[in-house]
Design a protein around this ligand. Structure first.
Ligand code: NAD
Ligand code: DAU
Length: 336
């Protein structure tokens, strides 16, 4: 695996993956195709700007001509498709970019990868395609898909296309479905970085509904390690769930963040719930552990502490984001 095309590498998980792969594996070359939407930031990979092992291409996965030329000339061994609209709340406000990027964009890049015979296409998907759990049970790879938001519906649609390319054309594809990530470079509209940065700014932290929704948290480095293992050892045609074995209610995380930042619980502001808010996600990751020997390494308390330290050290990174376009989105979302 020498030449890799990553899409969406200027976002949160993509940039962590590129950094990990370039630091860990000698002699690889990564091309990063990213449209630089509001969520893409060149600063996330500024340290590799002049590296001979890294190339950035500004472009859109929906642009068939650009994608075909890039893949035709690229001699890639692998495509890892991170590029997506990723925020559930934005998909509720306006699903259109979610449909075009997450579905049509995925098909465009998938088709080009098949046409120019890239040996493997990996689709970075999400546990949200499985819908919502009650108090018991876990998502396995054979749990029926039941997406509840425009975001998860668009990701489920993309998964179906990736699956269909394997079955119809015999093109080697793998789908990974991961739970909620946290860690450095996460855009501060998402729960953990929003709450950390608001707490650091002495602003209230907006908790949806009763705060008892549960997510299964995984440190982004553990997700990226798992993706690399899947790229090396995964079997085409398969789905692999990636989870953190770390279920937490939102209200407990909110309190933990405030405690670690040294702020009072009274900063929690209960706000109107997200429409269609999934109650609980929890991944059964037995398959990836058993078949590929891959387990998360971070424990949540240490991971959260080190994430908070990162946001404390990198205030310029998130303050620039929070004072830009994001501010308008936040105003629309909360009426402030
Ligand atoms: P992100 O929003 O931080 O980054 C998305 C990146 O994709 C950005 O750099 C953006 O510029 C780029 N992009 C968007 N539309 C594009 C287009 N049309 N063409 C090219 N580039 C485009 O997202 P993230 O949290 O890093 O998520 C990455 C992937 O992982 C997504 O596919 C998401 O569905 C999936 N995922 C995320 C999580 C999570 O907890 N964040 C969990 C499981 C799976
Ligand atoms: O499960 C994987 C998914 O995790 C990924 O596929 C998505 O790309 C990613 O955005 C994430 O989706 P969630 O909707 O679970 O993440 P979010 O950070 O938006 O919210 C996490 C929980 O916190 C959820 O129950 C809603 C709640 N929340 C979120 C925000 C932004 C709040 O209570 N207040 C908030 O302001």
């Amino acid at each position: 695996m020498k030449r890799i095309l990553v899409t969406g590498g200027c976002g949160f998980i993509g940039s962590n993956f590129v950094r990990m792969a370039l630091n860990k594996i000698k002699g690889i070359h990564i091309t990063n195709l990213d449209a630089l939407t509001y969520a893409g930031n060149l600063k996330n990979l500024i340290d590799f700007k002049d590296s001979a092992n890294y190339a950035f291409v500004k472009g859109d996965i929906r642009d068939g001509k650009l994608v075909s030329t890039l893949i035709k000339d690229g001699r890639f061994d692998l495509v890892v498709n991170f590029a997506a609209e990723s925020h559930v709340d934005r998909s509720i406000l306006d699903p259109s970019d979610f449909i075009s990027t997450n579905i049509a964009g995925t098909q465009t890049i998938l088709n080009a990868a098949m046409t120019f015979q890239v040996p493997l296409f990996m689709q970075v998907s999400t546990d949200e395609v499985y819908g919502s759990l009650g108090p018991d049970g876990y998502f396995t790879e054979i749990t029926p898909l039941a997406p509840n938001s425009p975001y998860s519906a668009s990701k489920a649609s993309a998964d179906m296309l990736v699956r269909a390319y394997f079955h119809t054309y015999n093109y080697p594809t793998i789908i990974t479905r991961c739970s909620n990530n946290y860690g450095p470079y996460q855009f501060p509209e998402k729960f953990i970085p929003l709450f950390v940065t608001n707490a650091l700014e002495n602003k209230p932290v907006p908790l949806y509904g009763d705060g008892k929704n549960v997510r299964d948290w995984i440190h982004v480095e553990d997700h990226c390690e798992a993706l690399w293992t899947v790229a090396e050892k995964g079997k085409p045609g398969e789905v692999y769930n990636i989870g953190g074995n770390c279920e937490r209610a939102n209200v407990d995380i909110a309190r933990e963040i405030l405690r670690l930042v040294g702020k009072p619980d009274s900063m929690i502001q209960f706000v109107k719930d997200r429409p269609g808010h999934d109650r609980r996600y929890a991944i059964d990751n037995a398959k990836i552990i058993k078949e590929l020997g891959c387990k998360p390494k971070w424990n949540f308390t240490d991971g959260l502490k080190s994430t908070i330290e990162w946001y404390k050290k990198n205030t310029a990174w998130w303050q620039e984001i929070k004072s830009g376009e994001y501010k308008n989105y936040y105003a629309k979302q909360y009426g402030k």
